[in-house]
Design a protein around this ligand. Sequence first.
Ligand SMILES: [Zn+2]
Length: 385
Amino acid sequence: MTDDMQASDPGATPPPRFIGSEIYRHSSYGSWHPLRVPRVSTVMDLARSLGWLPPAQFITSPRAKPSALTGFHTPEYLSALQAAEAMQEVTEDVRQRHGLGTPSNPVFKEMYRRPATSAGASLLAGELLNHGGVIYSPAGGTHHGLPDRANGFCYLNDPVLAIQSLRRNGARRIAYVDIDAHHPDGVEYAFADDPDTLQISVHEENRWPRTGQIGNAGKGQVFNLPVASGLNDTEMRLILHDLILPLVADFGPDAIVLQCGADAVTEDPQSRLTLSNNAHWAVVAALRPLAPRYLVLGGGGYNPWSVGRLWTGVWAILNNYDIPDVLPPTAQGILGALTWAGPFRQHHPEPHWIATLRDVPRDGPIRDSVRANVRQLAGRRAVWR
Ligand SMILES: [Zn+2]
């Protein structure tokens, strides 16, 4: 062995890297929009205050140029999005064709720069993972974006761009797992017929965008599990161990992309699923050994306390940090300084939203419908090799 080989041990796994940006601290979709709340900045502040985010593990996200986004988005749409940001208004024609300037996808100050920053993180992640590793980009996970239009608070589809970037950088078979409360219609649109992309989504049934029924599948490998309101941690554990993990293990992916939306917890106003954050963390931990490249993205999450706590815990799980039962005063101060003004009232935090990261587990009975749907989908497992 030469000195050179000793200096860079090829067997050593690099520490996980966190891609973030200050843009999320200063940008909002507007005072009435669900995405008016701070999210990524809370995760960065909490992780730093806990000593979990040294500079060596932090990467400031680049902002993607429009030409880097045409792998999925049309040049016409990208031009319209940039023009809308510059003009701070849209024509009726642009609103109709591209879904910009609507209540869901409003005109706001950074409406191109902000999504182009999270898209830049996803594109960079694909490059940085070319030799393996773990990357966390909590600003990513905008899984509703469509090629020619904004959709469901998503102006660009960074998960699609991440998968394309991973593929350009040496990963062929990619498993996309999505545990956001909403179905990833934009990602499914992109890869529904791709046999090298496994897609697994767990989402609330009968909720916008109302796609992702259990029977839906393209020629590719699409597994949609709609779940009834009231999904509990015990049911999610069944889904993880009887569906998600066997599917991903059998597929043998070169890379896993996990969309870890935080809107399936009880505290979130945008779903009626009732998980605790322990359920998300269990998924994050269990997928990690199943591929050499692992990219964890954010997604939905509209209660500033529950999303900040859940996503900070994801970073702890990826780094094998122990999550303290009681947060130190500085971390409690970060959570205590958050505010959440609703359209009709100011929300007040529960004491444990300030004092801890970890929720009390929300276990419960496994309903027959959940068990039956898991069995039906698991039975559709293809023979891949
Ligand atoms: Zn969602």
